[in-house]
Design a protein around this ligand. Structure first.
Ligand code: PXL
Length: 279
């Protein structure tokens, strides 16, 4: 007897690319707006099968992060090896890693990986709060950036990675160069609001591209950095080979997510991942 036919009205089922798999190596945000939860939701919305290796647990809601517990490196390694020996990801994203030992452990794991790796260096929040000490920055430079297909620092993270104040366009270009010299193939700096526009600078070889969307002065950017890097990772998992196309896609999906707003929580509302467009 043959299987019943698939449900004809299930758009998501019919629009899945079976080989599109992506893995996030990231921290947990139990309120669901950022971290691995945002990554998995974004992968799902974009038709990509999502997997996650948990690096750390946060206790947080939209108002505050009150505790961070980093998992032992060997537990992170075991999760990774279990997943990779079974379901190969077509693209990998890294998010919050927590401490030097975890950065080293994850870097070791990524040594033999051939799929593109998107590194979101969670070092300083977009509001300027330090999330990692200088040893972690140095570990990113020496160990993780050499594996990065794309690295997506915000302005403050780029300043720390490049050890350079971003004061004008020349300094942004110099920072991209320095970060590329650590081994990252492509660099996307999220510059924040400049002249009423949300600006990004993408470094591809010796050429830099400025990508802008209208700045939204809204209280709902929680998770937007994770969503951006996850949407780019999903696009790569779907087979996109043009980095500029993948980055433009991610920036536009993130703009829409911030524009839509979940209106959830009493603090910084999570951006709206539901209903994300795939084209
Ligand atoms: O967006 C950075 C980020 C990454 N990972 C976790 C987070 C956040 C921000 O809240 O909670 C777990």
């Amino acid at each position: 007897m043959s299987d019943p036919s698939p449900p004809a009205d299930d758009q998501d089922t019919l629009r899945i690319t079976p080989s599109a798999t992506a893995l996030t190596i990231a921290g947990s945000d139990p309120s669901g707006g950022a971290g691995l939860q945002a990554d998995l939701k974004t992968f799902q919305q974009l038709g990509v099968y999502g997997m996650s290796v948990v690096t750390l647990l946060t206790v947080q809601n939209t108002l505050a992060v009150t505790r961070v517990h980093v998992l032992p490196p060997d537990l992170i390694q075991e999760q990774f090896l279990a997943v990779l020996s079974d379901i190969p990801p077509r693209a990998i994203k890294t998010g919050a890693l927590g401490n030097v030992d975890v950065v080293h452990a994850v870097s070791d794991l990524l040594t033999d990986v051939t799929c593109p790796i998107v590194v979101d260096p969670v070092l300083v929040s977009k509001h300027g709060h330090l999330l990692a000490d200088d040893c972690v920055v140095e570990a990113y430079r020496q160990k993780l950036l050499p594996h990065a297909f794309l690295v997506t620092p915000n302005r403050f993270e780029a300043e720390r990675l490049a050890n350079l104040a971003l004061t004008d366009e020349n300094s942004v270009c110099e920072a991209i160069l320095r970060i590329q010299e650590f081994g990252a193939k492509f660099v996307l700096i999220k510059l924040g609001t400049v002249n009423g526009m949300s600006q990004h600078m993408l470094g591809v070889g010796e050429t830099n591209y400025c990508i802008e969307t209208p700045a939204l002065r809204r209280n709902n950017t929680h998770g937007s950095g994770c969503i951006l890097a996850a949407a780019i990772t999903a696009k790569l998992a779907l087979g996109e080979t043009d980095i500029s196309a993948a980055v433009h896609f991610g920036i536009h999906r993130t703009y829409e997510a911030v524009y839509l707003n979940t209106h959830l929580g009493q603090g910084i509302h999570p951006a709206e991942i539901r209903g994300m467009r795939r084209e």
